[in-house]
Design a protein around this ligand. Structure first.
Ligand SMILES: *[C@@H]1O[C@H](CO)[C@@H](O)[C@H](O)[C@H]1NC(C)=O
Ligand SMILES: *[C@@H]1O[C@H](CO)[C@@H](O)[C@H](O)[C@H]1NC(C)=O
Length: 348
């Protein structure tokens, strides 16, 4: 009895969180199945949700999880967050955490390129390498597409449930309208940030009235991130395409710059509810690690980036959360990304 109870308690706490550098992070693998031995050996077809077609959800997932849109806007998600990630608890020591899936091949995150210019000058306008897709769909899949198509069954389940509730509340048309609005706001916010970052040094001189040039919908978000922007310097790339030639994926990084002196891949997210912990940001850290790994393997960039930053901006103007990802954390998320890439390749 004692043993059984202990086992249950251990399983319960292990499946919730794993601590990485003191930050609580939900391991993706723990989202799939409660029983880890099942998690390791159960073939995919035994999953109760395996019949779900991920393409069917792609537009929903895009509207909820794409880099342009808040992944967690409605209040109805509150309770579900708790369900997915568990309560915020003091994390167990890393060694007692669940066995995270490890990639079959550990591709390097950083490259030792002879051609690297150690001291590349940081002045000059930021790079903005356009996405060069041919006619139709590029054969190189994007980071967001790969993440969407490799959601765990639990992630798909909760998204579907959230969508059903939203439709019950807003109606089909109302929900479409809501998704369109989120998408539009995210886009406007990103263009405004891009404009501020590329206008360089002058941005600190911008008076509130100069900020009025941006649409009213983004004023709150800009207010929210103003303290983060004040710590951003040496902007090297904005909305720039990064591509990993060996691993065959690409993405558009929001920003590469120094944050408090540390060179980072920065991702701007919008949210209507607080995300005070990195663990609240779903797959965002994996996305940032994927972009950094691609940049490090992309000969268009003559430097390496080992750190990341996920900024969560709030519409009501309240202080944005800036979640820093140091190089150790980035390496962990890089491994998670490699697992997702392997899952994606297996689907084909
Ligand atoms: C976990 O799964 C294994 C085999 O799949 C089973 O033997 C074991 O009893 C399960 N444990 C629990 C706590 O459900
Ligand atoms: C990209 O990564 C591969 C190994 O994964 C390496 O052989 C190649 O040199 C890298 N290319 C660049 C430009 O860093």
């Amino acid at each position: 009895m004692r043993m059984t109870l202990l086992k249950v308690v251990r399983m319960f706490s292990f499946k919730r969180v794993v601590s990485l550098g003191g930050i609580i992070v939900p391991p993706r693998t723990s989202l799939s199945v409660n029983n880890f031995s099942v998690c390791q050996c159960l073939p995919k077809r035994h999953s109760p949700y395996s019949s779900m077609d991920s393409e069917r959800y792609s537009s929903l997932v895009k509207s909820v999880m794409s880099s342009r849109v808040s992944s967690q806007t409605p209040e109805t998600l509150n309770a579900e967050d708790g369900h997915i990630y568990g309560p915020v608890v003091k994390a167990p020591t890393p060694s007692s955490g669940p066995k995270m899936r490890v990639p079959k091949t550990l591709h390097p995150f950083v490259q030792c390129r002879d051609t690297l210019e150690a001291e590349e000058p940081e002045s000059g306008p930021p790079a903005r390498i356009a996405l060069n897709r041919g006619q139709g769909r590029s054969p190189v899949p994007s980071v967001t597409r790969i993440l969407q198509q490799t959601l765990s069954p639990d992630q798909v389940f909760y998204l579907e449930r959230w969508k059903r509730r939203m439709i019950a509340e807003l109606g089909e048309e109302g929900f479409k309208e809501y998704s369109r609005n989120l998408f539009r706001q995210g886009k406007l916010f990103h263009s405004a940030v891009e404009d501020i970052l590329t206008s360089g040094a002058s941005r600190e001189d911008k008076t509130p009235s100069e900020r009025d040039e941006y649409p009213p919908e983004v004023q709150g978000y800009l207010q929210s991130i103003s303290h983060v922007l004040a710590d951003v310097s040496a902007v090297r790339a904005v909305e720039s395409t990064v591509q990993h030639s060996t691993l065959n994926y690409l993405g558009i990084a929001d920003c590469v710059a120094r944050y408090r002196g540390v060179l980072c891949v920065i991702d701007w997210k919008t949210s209507e509810k607080p995300k005070p912990f990195l663990g609240n940001t779903y797959d965002n850290p994996i996305q940032v690690a994927a972009y950094a790994g691609a940049l490090n393997n992309d000969s268009n960039y003559k430097y390496q980036v080992e750190n990341g930053l996920v900024v969560v901006a709030y519409k009501d103007g309240s202080r944005a959360h800036a979640h820093q990802l140091n190089s150790e954390l980035m390496l962990e998320f890089w491994k998670s990304w490699l697992v997702r890439l392997e899952d994606f390749a297996e689907q084909k």
